[in-house]
Design a protein. Structure first.
Length: 241
């Protein structure tokens, strides 16, 4: 018979299968202590309040089976997150079409890098014509927890000799949190000459942290040496919780 001294096991997202044995013991009237014979089954999909369950099984020397279903809570659990390595900004000179995918990465606190699990959908982007598009990226981890976000994609006529570098291109914000778009400006430059920010840098943002959703910040850098300003984008995802 399997006994559980903990009742509900609490673990962190970096747990190992060895952690799942904590507090479990098994005894048999004939064989005595058979705790070291306990086997752990597959963990269920994640349920409400970051809970899951798994079966524990042990056999005695006569082949009789004892089963026990145990609940576990992942205290620091977080949903998978999708990021971009660069903005979804393209120029008509590139003369290609399709769905941009190479800039996406997906990370999960339990599974690690799950970029290969991302699924894409949306209208094919025509990179030969100026316009704005939307691309949906969805990813699911091994606990059956999935997230899906609609990312804006921009195609512009020509590039600029100016540059705007951001520290990241997707930011996650908590509900009702403070958001400062200047925080993510790493550097603005005109080839080899750095332009001091926020000089000639304008920002347009529709971010509303009081409402969950996907938002975008547009950064534009203009300078005296060119009539063609630089532009880049930051995607801001306001979480529900």
């Amino acid at each position: 018979m399997i006994e559980d001294s903990i009742k509900i096991l609490h673990v962190n997202s970096d747990f190992t299968y060895d952690d799942l044995y904590e507090g479990l013991t098994a005894t048999d009237d004939v064989d005595g202590d058979i705790t070291d014979q306990i086997m752990i089954g597959e963990i269920s999909s994640l349920a409400e309040n970051n809970t899951a369950s798994y079966n524990c099984v042990v056999f005695d020397s006569d082949g009789q089976c004892s089963e026990f279903n145990r609940k576990m809570v992942i205290d620091d659990y977080a949903h998978p997150r999708i990021y971009l390595t660069s903005p979804l900004l393209y120029y008509t000179i590139e003369k290609v079409s399709g769905l941009p995918r190479s800039q996406f990465i997906a990370l999960d606190k339990i599974d690690g890098d799950i970029t290969d699990k991302i699924e894409f959908s949306g209208k094919t982007v025509d990179f030969t014509e100026y316009g704005d598009y939307f691309l949906t990226a969805k990813v699911e981890n091994s606990f059956g927890d999935s997230v899906s976000y609609e990312f804006p994609v921009h195609v512009r006529d020509k590039s600029s000799p100016l540059f705007i570098y951001l520290s990241q291109y997707v930011v996650y914000c908590s509900l009702n949190s403070n958001f400062d778009p200047m925080r993510y400006v790493r550097e603005t430059s005109n080839d080899l000459v750095t332009v001091q920010t926020p000089y000639d840098l304008s920002i347009r943002s529709n971010v509303d942290t009081s409402n969950p959703g996907v938002y975008e910040v547009e950064y534009t850098l203009s300078g005296e040496t060119t009539s063609n300003p630089a532009i880049t984008y930051l995607v801001v995802i306001v979480l529900e919780e």
